[in-house]
Design a protein around this ligand. Structure first.
Ligand SMILES: Nc1ncnc2c1ncn2[C@@H]1O[C@H](COP(=O)(O)OP(=O)(O)O)[C@@H](O)[C@H]1O
Ligand SMILES: [Mg+2]
Length: 248
């Protein structure tokens, strides 16, 4: 490609990326206002609210969270499809990310009576990556593990350095519904959802794993799954422990 055309494309991508960031911000602002006022209403009026009203405020809260995830996921894919992905590389401490993602899911974990254990190898090296994209990886995989595991289930997150010292290997294991061999090869495709019914009513769009795979590949890592229907699933992924990032 001629250098000038390449420059124009790059500029166009940057403008598109900025535009999508503005849209994301404008869509999120009213959402956080709805969430904030629902929370004020709950806490200021807690004593006067009936159980039904509390439940209704809870539903508002959950739906705002769902919309927030949906906006995030759709904009992420729009950026990727249009070549407008921008990575902001910085040193990242994985244990901090993992703990903060788990904290975000605390209400769901409590509601489902699920247990999470985290096993982090000592002296994990700092990795270099885009923090927002790495959070999205953990958040989408953990959300799936919780969603496709019945109440009372167990989720384990493990992080290790691979034997060649070049990569960090993360595994997220659950003892949920599992995934058939045929579905294991399809679930990373956009909009694909396996036929097996989830343990409780939930939203299934089929964008999460597409985003996860894309984000991991942008960091030069790999993802794969090992699963047995009825027994559970383990999603494995690697991230280079040094800067192995592909900057598009
Ligand atoms: N931990 C898991 N256990 C069982 N099935 C899973 C798990 N994670 C993903 N899946 C299957 O892969 C499909 C695609 O996942 P994803 O792209 O995150 O979409 P969604 O979460 O919207 O269903 C899910 O619909 C589900 O069928
Ligand atoms: Mg998902």
């Amino acid at each position: 490609m001629a250098p000038q055309t390449q420059k124009n494309d790059q500029l166009e991508n940057e403008i598109h990326s900025d535009f999508l960031d503005v849209i994301a911000h404008e869509l999120r602002a009213p959402l956080s206002s709805i969430k904030g006022y629902a929370s004020i209403l709950y806490h200021n009026r807690e004593k006067n609210l009936t159980d039904k009203q509390k439940q209704q405020l809870n539903i508002i809260n959950k739906n705002v969270d769902k919309l927030d995830v949906l906006i995030n996921n759709v904009l992420e894919l729009m950026k990727r499809d249009s070549g407008a992905v921008r990575l902001y590389i910085e040193p990242i401490q994985l244990p901090e990310i993992i703990n903060s993602v788990i904290e975000d899911f605390e209400p769901i974990i409590l509601e489902n009576h699920q247990k999470i254990s985290v096993n982090m190898q000592d002296d994990l090296p700092v990795i270099y990556g885009d923090i927002h994209k790495i959070i999205q990886i953990f958040s989408n995989l953990l959300s799936n593990a919780l969603k496709y595991t019945p109440n009372g289930g167990k989720i384990n997150i493990d992080t290790n350095i691979t034997t060649n010292d070049q990569e960090i290997l993360v595994s997220i294991n659950d003892n949920g519904i599992g995934i058939s061999k045929e579905d294991q090869v399809k679930i990373f495709q956009r909009f694909y959802t396996a036929k097996t019914a989830p343990p409780r009513t939930c939203d299934r769009i089929g964008l999460g794993l597409d985003i996860v795979k894309g984000n991991i590949e942008l960091h030069n890592g790999k993802i794969w799954v090992d699963s047995k229907p009825g027994e559970g699933s383990t999603f494995y992924f690697t991230l280079p422990s040094t800067t192995g990032v592909i900057d598009e």
